[in-house]
Design a binder for this molecule. Sequence first.
Ligand SMILES: CC(C)(COP(=O)(O)OP(=O)(O)OC[C@H]1O[C@@H](n2cnc3c(N)ncnc32)[C@H](O)[C@@H]1OP(=O)(O)O)[C@@H](O)C(=O)NCCC(=O)NCCS
Length: 173
Amino acid sequence: MVINIRLLKSTDERRGFSCGEIELDYFFQQFAGQNQFKHYIGSTYIATDEKSIFGFINVSTGDLLRNSLPLKLRKRLPNYPLSILKITRLGVAIPFQNQGIARALLKAILLLAIEQSQKVGCIGVVVDAKDKAKEFYKKLGFIELEVEQGLPKCYRTQTPLFLTLETIKKTLL
Ligand SMILES: CC(C)(COP(=O)(O)OP(=O)(O)OC[C@H]1O[C@@H](n2cnc3c(N)ncnc32)[C@H](O)[C@@H]1OP(=O)(O)O)[C@@H](O)C(=O)NCCC(=O)NCCS
């Protein structure tokens, strides 16, 4: 079976996809298409053998302020919004979990971040990780961001995580 990572097409059949998180499945089935093809909010990449969809990852551009970064990463950065690539949703179909699909989707996005850094600027990749998935990202080198606004840590169900472009380049190039 050859699995390819590519951009979602409007003709891809998304009904029936389930990663076990209802809100992620609902987003993929109902909104991923219009967000990409009609509103240009963000793009979805899928892992597919052209018969089935095994997983998806949705991304958009964004920015963060220097003060959100851990102290050691703030040095020499200016105090205005810094471009990032944001992973907004990631899901792998239940029967295909733990077979490296998420890792392959993530690799495609990290390569995209390198391309973004060269073409329009990007200091790294950010994700608001669900508690269940936090360790998955941390294993890959993501570090926790400082958050100054919103709910105190103990009430949060998501943690903002960051992977620097430097780490991405070291890992992939
Ligand atoms: C979390 C999720 C995306 C992982 O996808 P996957 O295809 O099973 O992950 P992979 O097989 O590529 O795993 C890569 C590595 O992460 C590990 N891993 C996978 N899920 C993990 C988790 N929830 N916590 C910690 N580690 C995890 C794997 O064991 C593997 O480690 P290894 O290389 O040392 O063996 C998938 O389980 C999923 O869709 N869950 C439901 C939706 C969800 O939580 N999405 C994340 C929203 S932020």
